[in-house]
Design a protein around this ligand. Structure first.
Ligand code: THG
Length: 366
């Protein structure tokens, strides 16, 4: 593939200088911003992530800040998940649906201060939706994209590296717990979260000028832990079943279809966007759902959806796929019709290079 043409429209991040110094090999664009995806190659990066600790420039997880007396009320109509237990100590993974129940985003929600919330978004122009909903309802809120850039520390040695930079108390954070921790006189929100299942943290760096100092501090403290730069890894995230908005789900899918039914609370359906449609779908039965799929043979890059066939009929589509060295199969994520979603069902997947035998799996590989 050719290079990405540099321009102001494809935004750099506070860590881009560090990313380039570490020899980034591939970028994607996410929320109109550079997202590094490879440093050596996906297989090497995956093994390193599972063994040591990596620092990821995930600035592209932009924050949509909602601030004001009506902020909580606004957020609760955006999602079918009950967020009444949200607190400054706990973040929430929330599906966000349009008025038809279609997925608009699958962000992480945090409370950053009194009447101040951050929606840490996946790849869709989410601020526009929030702005419109706030405007049309006359809510008393300010909607903005603050100068906040998440930096992720991921991998089995994350606790050790983080403790050296932020102090031992960081180890006490529980999964999806969050708290502010001091760095060079600043108090950054830190959560135990991130887009891998290897364990780790995300630091919400407030103020671009602190980006490179923190980047350098983490690399200096982690030398003997073999810290390296990394990024969301295709192999690891498919093995782990982490969904990618725009790939594995779009506005065409409901949260239930995405396997996010546990974040759809019936108590919210009378008031949230898409609640009626979601209720109707629950009543009728869910017609298709995300499934792990193992694909035989040698497959090309999954840069388009691949139809899934059974007895000559389309019964779904594969939306992410790659070779897994650890599981010695092609691991994939697909949307499969209820008639064919049982574990062990044999299907055919049509890539741009031809047909492959594939088997629906009981669970993801991690
Ligand atoms: N962290 C933060 N912001 C983000 C992401 C992130 N924004 C973009 C993107 N990732 C949003 N999508 C996801 C997808 C999965 C998860 C988080 C954000 C995730 N899921 C866990 C799982 O599926 O096991 C846990 C979910 C839960 O049980 O609460 O972590 O990664 N800041």
């Amino acid at each position: 593939m050719a290079m990405i043409a540099p321009s102001r429209r494809v935004r750099r991040t506070p860590f881009s200088d560090g990313v380039e110094a570490e020899g980034v090999k591939a970028y994607t664009v996410y929320n109109h911003m550079l997202l590094p995806t490879a440093f050596e190659n996906p297989q090497f990066d995956c093994r390193h992530l599972k063994t040591h600790v990596q620092v990821w420039d995930v600035s592209c997880e932009r924050q949509v800040q909602i601030k004001g007396p009506d902020a909580a009320k606004l957020i609760q109509i955006l999602t079918p998940r009950d967020i009444s237990k949200l607190s400054p100590e706990r973040c929430f993974y929330i599906p966000v649906t349009d008025q038809y129940g279609g997925m608009l985003n699958d962000p992480v929600l945090l409370q950053a201060g009194p009447d101040t919330y951050w929606i840490s978004i996946a790849d869709s122009d989410f601020l526009l939706w929030v702005l419109a909903v706030a405007g049309c309802n006359g809510f008393d809120v300010d909607v903005s994209e603050p100068d906040v850039s998440p930096l992720a520390v991921q991998g089995p040695k994350s606790d050790d590296l983080m403790a050296r930079v932020f102090g031992e108390e960081v180890r006490a954070l529980r999964f999806f717990g969050c708290r502010r921790f001091a760095f060079e006189g600043q108090n950054f929100m830190v959560s135990r979260s991130g887009y891998s299942k290897q364990g780790g943290f995300e630091i919400y760096v407030e103020g671009s000028e602190y980006g490179m100092p923190l980047w350098r501090a983490l690399f200096a403290a982690g030398e003997d832990l073999e810290v390296q730069a990394g990024g969301p890894n295709l192999i690891e995230r498919i093995e782990s079943g982490l969904l990618s908005y725009g790939n594995d789900m779009t506005r065409d899918n409901s949260p239930m279809e995405c396997g996010l039914g546990k974040y759809v609370q019936v108590s919210q359906l009378a008031t949230c966007f898409g609640g009626r449609a979601l209720q109707e779908e629950l009543d009728a039965g869910i017609a298709r759902m995300i499934r792990p799929i193992a694909i035989d043979g040698e497959i090309p890059a999954c840069d388009r959806s691949w139809p899934i066939y059974a007895a000559g009929c389309v019964v779904g589509q594969v939306t992410s796929a790659t070779w897994s060295p650890d599981f010695e199969t092609n691991v994939a994520i697909g949307m499969v019709a209820s008639s064919h979603w049982d574990a062990g069902t044999v299907v055919e997947v049509e890539t741009q290079d031809g047909l492959h035998r594939a088997v629906v799996q009981a669970s993801f590989w991690n």
